[in-house]
Design a protein around this ligand. Structure first.
Ligand code: AMP
Ligand code: ZN
Length: 466
């Protein structure tokens, strides 16, 4: 039976979607003001396992992940560089997807950008005003927390203790609020020069929380199955999303709230503000394989704290190598026809362990242990010449099935392709050095045929998939 720990009820619950056989889920996506760090990718890899396991169980999945492409940091940095916010965020959005693909996450069905959904946010704010949940102050619009008695039901926050500025992400605005706990839905923007949108509400820009309510409900409906994100988002972000969405529709917003624990480093949460982080690309540049980073993030179930160390990362590299060697050994194994019944039973038991582990609130360490058990049992059978053709076929199929969730072997193909692309680029550089323009152009065309776009920069040739 598939169970998830629901932060709303604080317990493990059987998962049953609203519509039989279909799951609608939302994940709070990146704020694209900089490169994402490996901690951010813990949230992505967790959501990836969630969606892949749901598919493994036979559900049709509609997964939405927003891109927060407007916030105070983005506006400030874009202004410093004299860029529009689109110009500023474009390279970070591109980098995010590159990293996302490289770490083996499956892209969500829908990835809406905040700046493209301002109209939906404005409509939602208007609904909140009509229902008495929002008020105007100095041109900005705030959510009246007092008007929503259920406030706090997700995070079980003690409101009395929640004073403005007490939490990192509480809005400490300069504007007048009725109550310090109220949060901004729409922030007034006074001048044309500042980033803002002209709306019935007045010129302004949206608060962060309203983005997710508007985009989630637009694509998933007023009530949907799963909302996920890092534990830091439970309060105030998700609490505010509930207040906004339920306040506007009068209906339940989300049925299961899933939160991943943080990636720590030396006992502290990895974060940009603390400066104790590695971006995904830092690690890849140091020579660590994306799949090893993925493995490390999977090695501990998502609700447990995970400490990042280079020792653990090297351990993950070794584990991946041993699994991949096993994959190759299995595919090359020659065996007699027939079936080894004992091995078949072992394989069936391991298949069950894998599924039961993931059904139990996505316990990835149990799933990985099952994979290693399969490797050990099969290697022993190969050593002892007891692997039979039927077993081989079954184990290969099972490995594929496991990998549809874990995606540890599946990466190989992609990485080989990447290596091949790099080889062609190097060859093209060499041809150019020889002034063999015909060969250089030929290679460029071949790469273009594979939808690889080359960019000549001062630091050498960069490439991306088109
Ligand atoms: P942000 O780009 O800061 O809005 O964060 C994107 C996602 O990464 C959110 O779901 C955060 O909760 C999550 N996140 C941020 N830091 C960490 C961390 N150290 N470990 C795990 N998840 C994190
Ligand atoms: Zn969100």
């Amino acid at each position: 039976m598939l169970k998830f720990y629901n932060t709303l009820s604080n317990r493990l619950e059987e998962f049953k979607p609203l519509i039989d056989g279909e799951v609608r889920m939302y994940l709070c996506g990146p704020t694209v003001w900089d490169f994402a760090h490996v901690g951010n990718f813990r949230a992505n890899v967790f959501a990836d396992i969630l969606r892949r396991h749901l598919k493994f169980k036979g559900f049709k999945v509609t997964h939405v992940m927003n891109i927060t492409d407007v916030d105070d940091r983005i506006i400030a940095r874009a202004a410093e560089r004299g860029q529009t916010i689109d110009e500023y965020t474009a390279p970070y959005i591109e980098a995010f997807w590159q990293d996302f693909d490289a770490i083996g996450c499956e892209r969500p069905e829908i990835a809406p950008r905040a700046t493209e959904h301002i109209a939906e946010m404005v409509t939602l704010i208007e609904q909140l005003r009509e229902r008495g949940h929002a008020y105007n102050s100095d041109g900005s619009i705030y959510y009246r927390i007092n008007s929503f008695p259920a406030y706090g039901k997700l995070s079980k926050i003690n409101l009395a203790g929640n004073i403005a500025g007490a939490s990192e992400r509480i809005d400490t605005d300069r504007y007048e609020k009725e109550d310090a706990r109220d949060f901004a839905l729409w922030k007034a923007v006074e001048t044309e020069a500042e980033t803002g949108w002209d709306a019935e509400l007045g010129r302004g820009r949206p608060g962060w929380h309203i983005e997710c309510s508007a985009m989630a409900m637009k694509y998933l409906g007023t009530t949907f199955d799963i909302h996920a994100g890092g534990i830091d988002l439970a309060f105030p972000h998700h609490e505010n999303e509930i207040a906004q969405s339920e306040g506007a529709t009068g209906k339940e917003f989300v049925r299961y709230w899933l939160h991943n624990e943080h990636l720590k480093i030396e006992g502290e949460t990895m974060s940009k503000s603390k400066g104790n982080y590695y971006t995904f690309r830092d690690l890849v540049a140091q020579g660590y394989a994306p799949v090893a980073i993925r493995y490390l993030l999977l090695s501990v179930p998502y609700r447990k704290q995970l400490n990042f160390t280079f020792d653990a990362l090297r351990g993950a590299e070794k584990a991946v190598e041993s699994l991949r060697n096993f994959g190759t050994r299995l595919s090359e194994a020659r065996c007699e026809t027939g079936v080894n019944e004992e091995l078949r039973e072992t394989t069936a038991r391991i298949a069950k362990e894998f599924e039961t582990g993931l059904d139990d609130d996505l316990n990835t360490s149990v799933a990985l242990a099952a994979l290693h058990n399969l490797r050990n049992a099969t290697n022993t059978a190969i050593d002892e010449c007891t692997l039979r053709l039927v077993n081989k076929t079954e184990i290969e199929a099972l490995l594929k099935r496991f990998d549809s969730v874990l995606n540890i072997f599946g990466q190989t193909e992609r990485e080989m392709l990447d290596a091949e692309v790099q080889r062609l680029i190097d060859e093209r550089q060499e041809a150019r050095r020889r002034r063999d323009w015909a060969r250089a152009d030929e290679i460029r065309d071949e790469l273009a045929g594979r939808r690889i776009i080359l960019e000549d920069t001062r630091d050498g040739v960069r490439w991306k998939r088109g």
